[in-house]
Write a protein that binds this ligand. Sequence first.
Ligand SMILES: Nc1nc2c(ncn2[C@@H]2O[C@H](COP(=O)(O)OP(=O)(O)OP(=O)(O)O)[C@@H](O)[C@H]2O)c(=O)[nH]1
Ligand SMILES: [Mg+2]
Length: 282
Amino acid sequence: MTVVSVRQSRIQRLAIKNNNRHILLQVPAAVQKTINILMVGETGVGKTTFINNFANCLTYETLEEAMRHNHKILALIPCSFTQADRFHERHVVTIGEVDANENNEVGQSATQICKSYLFPFGELVIRIMDTPGIGDVRGIEQDKINLENILAFISQPHLKELHGICILLKSNDSRLTVNFNYCLKELLCHLQKDAARNIMFVFTNTRGTSYLPGETYAILKKRLDEIRAVPPHVDISLDRDRIFCFDSEAFRYLMIHKQGIQMQPGSARIFSKSWKISVQVF
Ligand SMILES: Nc1nc2c(ncn2[C@@H]2O[C@H](COP(=O)(O)OP(=O)(O)OP(=O)(O)O)[C@@H](O)[C@H]2O)c(=O)[nH]1
Ligand SMILES: [Mg+2]
């Protein structure tokens, strides 16, 4: 479990130190309540990046401010990707120390087992739970193992309540895979029916769809209608107040900038809008 201190101006400053490769680690003594939020979605949709983005967007109001402090980027969860520079040369961008829970090999599902990240906010603590992705590249058997891991993780006695279930989707995914349907149904089977009230949809990669859900919306709506039509008739709302749109590309850009990779002139201006949207939506 990792506890993170963010946004010094809004919450008390907590020491950040490296502790066994986790960034850490003090929860205010007077914590009244922990808000538990589960992140689920297909492999590669951006669950882990969302958490890194969340930590940094709460710490820095703008991308420019984050770039000025780029030696202090919060690398809660190590990640790695390849990026071409303005001369089309490819670079491997890496942040954070090696962690066995994240497989950074190209083309592999990254997060191996569930892990919590704790964000203290005054008297509240927000616990965001990262999970292995649905549609694991190792196949359906691995999906079953991952689903069991998620169910066991959220059944731990200290997690008395699950306040939010964020289902992450890419904004322009015109097909939701069979695996996605299977995992959503299985998850719903194991939760009380009224857990549906706590489901939210988080769309990633949304700059190309003007920070809106894009083509995925229609297919998702169809899936939810199907779930509602058959017993046990779970009613999952797709109202506007359940939908959140982000693009974590600004966090990626921050990593690219830190590594000194030259992008096209004007890139920072484009990505700063995604940062601003993330700050607002968070
Ligand atoms: N452009 C863009 N890239 C993103 C976004 N979110 C994630 N990525 C990239 O997509 C790739 C996969 O992101 P991850 O955060 O590892 O995805 P994940 O859902 O945690 O994947 P698993 O751990 O395998 O389930 C990485 O290269 C990220 O940098 C986004 O909103 N926009
Ligand atoms: Mg992940």
